[in-house]
Design a protein around this ligand. Structure first.
Ligand code: CP3
Length: 342
């Protein structure tokens, strides 16, 4: 079995596995070249051959222990009936769902019919990935997807989505339910097409209080995780700013939780009592200094992590300006410093 899947199952490994959120991305010149050939970012997501090519790049260039399907969390949202565009350098723009009256615009898409390119990319990748490097499929979680659907893009204050949630929680839950049904079918389809692990990104759930996380984000996440259980594919849950919710995240039944840099892995291990594998949690900004700093920070994270059941990663996606040589140094340092005595 691969190091990544063994660690996710909290089994012994020869050294700590490592992959990087947004590992196929703009910091890599090879990625920028392929995106150019595709035309733009969305065209790249919808071209299975080129999406597979960029998915493989970090495996070949960096030697990471897992590949993550190249796509975006907003792809199934577009298929639900929310027109999507990416303006160069500006992030996503969606035709916002402003309130309950707009919910009838949305439907739960059939993945095989409406996002076939995602499943095709997975099939291509399963043929091309080297042995021992599993493929991670992924989706956004309902709350995080709701922030994009309601705000119409990335937000700093989340004013529209949070005021809907406070003003009319019943219809906001209807939106979350529609998204949960979409995510469930989407992840089931990815697993059936060959994804060997699944990561659920609830990136913005960290803006919620613990009470509202329990009331709004948690129940739909739990429902998705339960629906995936019969497939036997391990699941990782990521929340940026997860410190208040570690216990709740572990109780969803996921195999691993992906932790941002604001909480130590030692504290995360204590509070989750070894019930889940831990992924993380280097600050992406630690990759901007010298090679010595990268090594020192990698060693610190490894020192705080449990010896088994740890997958090294960043606490959030890698930034486009990150020097590639520091990312190479990070992967090398994790593999060298993470060696176990077997
Ligand atoms: O991790 C990987 O390498 C797999 C691919 C992946 C992308 N986005 C590619 C991408 C994954 C797993 C995502 C998830 C995603 N997308 C999240 C959740 C994780 C996180 O980082 O918080 C979110 C919130 C999105 C939505 C999204 N997509 C935003 C806000 C942006 C713009 C941000 C930016 O850096 O410009 C994107 C675009 C995006 N998704 C890019 C990539 C490589 C950059 C687009 C480009 O190439 O021009």
């Amino acid at each position: 079995m691969s190091r990544f899947l063994a660690a996710l199952r909290r089994q012994r490994v020869d050294t700590t596995p490592v992959w990087i959120m947004r590992q196929a991305g703009r910091y890599l010149p090879q990625y920028r070249a392929t995106r150019e050939r595709a035309g733009d970012f969305l065209a790249l997501c919808k071209n299975p051959e080129l999406a597979a090519e960029v998915t493989l790049q970090p495996v070949e260039i960096l030697g990471v222990d897992a590949a993550i399907l190249f796509s975006d969390i907003l792809i199934p949202v577009e298929a639900m009936g929310v027109p999507l565009a990416f303006a160069e350098g500006e992030g996503p723009r969606l035709e916002a769902v402003k309130g309950p009256q707009d919910l009838k615009r949305l439907h739960v898409p059939d993945p095989a019919a409406e996002v076939p390119f995602v499943l095709e990319a997975i099939r291509i990748l399963r043929e091309r990935l080297p042995a021992g490097v599993p493929l991670i499929g992924f989706s956004g979680a309902p709350f995080t997807l709701a922030t994009y659907v309601v705000e119409g893009g990335t937000s700093r204050t989340f004013r529209r989505v949070l005021s809907w949630m406070y003003e009319d929680p019943a219809s906001f839950r209807d939106l979350l339910d529609l998204l949960a049904e979409t995510v469930t079918a989407y992840l089931q389809a990815q697993a059936r097409a060959g994804a060997q692990a699944l990561q659920i990104f609830d990136t913005w759930a960290g803006v919620l209080s613990r009470r509202l996380y329990r009331e709004m984000a948690l129940p739909v996440t739990q429902r998705i995780v339960r629906a995936l259980a019969p497939l036997g594919v391990p699941v990782i849950l990521y929340v940026n700013g997860c410190a208040p919710f570690l216990e709740e995240m572990a109780a969803t039944g996921v195999d691993g939780i992906s932790v941002d840099w604001r909480v130590s892995l030692t504290e995360a291990a204590q509070r989750t009592r070894g019930a889940v594998a831990l992924q993380g949690n280097l600050d992406p900004l630690a990759l901007f200094g010298s090679r010595a700093t990268v090594e020192r920070e990698a060693a610190r994270v490894l020192g705080e992590a449990p010896p088994h059941g740890h997958i090294f990663n960043l606490g959030h996606g890698i930034l486009p300006e990150t020097p590639v040589e520091n990312v190479e140094a990070l992967v090398e340092a994790v593999h060298r410093l993470g060696k176990k005595e077997i």
